[in-house]
Write a protein that binds this ligand. Structure first.
Ligand SMILES: [Zn+2]
Ligand SMILES: [Zn+2]
Ligand SMILES: [Zn+2]
Length: 146
C-alpha cells in the first residue's frame, strides 16, 4: 500500500488518487502552532482550509493575517487570495509571459490588453510547492513543475 507522506485533507487526497496525476500542495503555516497539513494553492482550497482554522467573522470584517510572521490587517473575504501570495503562487499570461502575483491582477491584464485578449492564465507554482503524487512519493516542485 502506498504511504502518502504529505498530510492533506481527504478531499485533496482522493482527487489525486482519482486523477492519477500529481497536485502541487503547500505547507500550512497558519497560526502559532503549525497544523502540519498541506494545502492546494487555489483560493477554493485555501478558503476551505481557513475554515478549518476557524478564522472567524463575516467576509467584510477586518482581521489580521494568521500566517506565520505576517500580521497584515485585511478583510476576511480577501484572506484566501492573500494567503496565496504567502504560498508564492503566481499567474502568468500565456501570450506575453508577464507574471502577476495574483490571478485577478493577471485577469485584469488580459482584459485590458489588446494583444493578450485571448490569453489564458498559467499557474506559476510557489518555490515551496511539493508534489502530492498518487504513489506517495514527493519531490520539491520548484524545478519540476513548469
Ligand atoms: Zn492549517
Ligand atoms: Zn499575510
Ligand atoms: Zn499578456
Amino acid at each position: 500500500m502506498a504511504l502518502n507522506v504529505l498530510n492533506v485533507d481527504p478531499q485533496t487526497f482522493h482527487r489525486v488518487e482519482r486523477c492519477g496525476h500529481p497536485l502541487v500542495v503547500y505547507e500550512c503555516k497558519l497560526g502559532a502552532v503549525p497544523c502540519g497539513m498541506f494545502v492546494e494553492g487555489t483560493t477554493t482550497a485555501v478558503s476551505a482550509h481557513l475554515r478549518e482554522h476557524s478564522i472567524p467573522g463575516p467576509d467584510n470584517a477586518s482581521t489580521s493575517c494568521p500566517w506565520a510572521s505576517c500580521s497584515k490587517t485585511l478583510k476576511r473575504g480577501a484572506m484566501s487570495r492573500h494567503i496565496l501570495t504567502h504560498l508564492g503562487v503566481k499567474a502568468c499570461c500565456s501570450v506575453c509571459g508577464v507574471v502577476k502575483c495574483r490571478l485577478d491582477v493577471l485577469r485584469a491584464h488580459i482584459r485590458s490588453s489588446e494583444s493578450c485578449r485571448f490569453a489564458h492564465a498559467d499557474v506559476v507554482y510557489g518555490p515551496e510547492g511539493r508534489f502530492l503524487v498518487p504513489t506517495g512519493r514527493t519531490v520539491t516542485a520548484a524545478h519540476q513543475v513548469q
